[in-house]
Design a protein around this ligand. Structure first.
Ligand SMILES: [Cu+2]
Length: 120
């Protein structure tokens, strides 16, 4: 085994550990508190941004977006898998993610607003 290979393996292990920590952090925020219910998560739309910009959830999670801005925003998948209508202030949109994958989305009215849902 060459020295470079070990370095790569350590880097890979470090990345996996970091991913697990991040998943744990998100799960503690997004996890259901009612026990046994379908997993839920939430994205806030505020100041022309999706928060969090990257959300990691388990397969089967229903994600709800709520628009806190006075401006209209949408939740529009880059790959066309889902698209909300224009959401007014305090309006919500939800989408269930049954399949693992990385889903990027944006606001159709302000295309610089982008974010990602990672389902695993
Ligand atoms: Cu917008």
């Amino acid at each position: 085994m060459r020295a470079g290979t070990r370095g790569h393996r350590l880097l890979l292990m470090g990345s996996v550990l970091l991913a697990l920590v991040l998943i744990g952090a998100y799960a503690s925020v997004a996890g259901p508190s009612d026990g046994g219910g379908a997993p839920q998560a939430r994205v806030e739309i505020k100041d022309f941004a999706y928060q969090p910009a990257t959300l990691t959830v388990r397969t089967g999670t229903t994600v709800t977006w709520i628009n806190h801005d006075d401006e209209l925003h949408t939740v529009t998948a880059s790959a066309g898998r889902f698209a909300s209508p224009g959401l007014e202030h305090d309006e919500t949109f939800f989408q269930r993610f049954a399949e693992a994958g990385t889903y990027t989305y944006f606001c159709a009215l302000h295309p610089r607003m982008t974010a990602t849902i990672i389902v695993q």
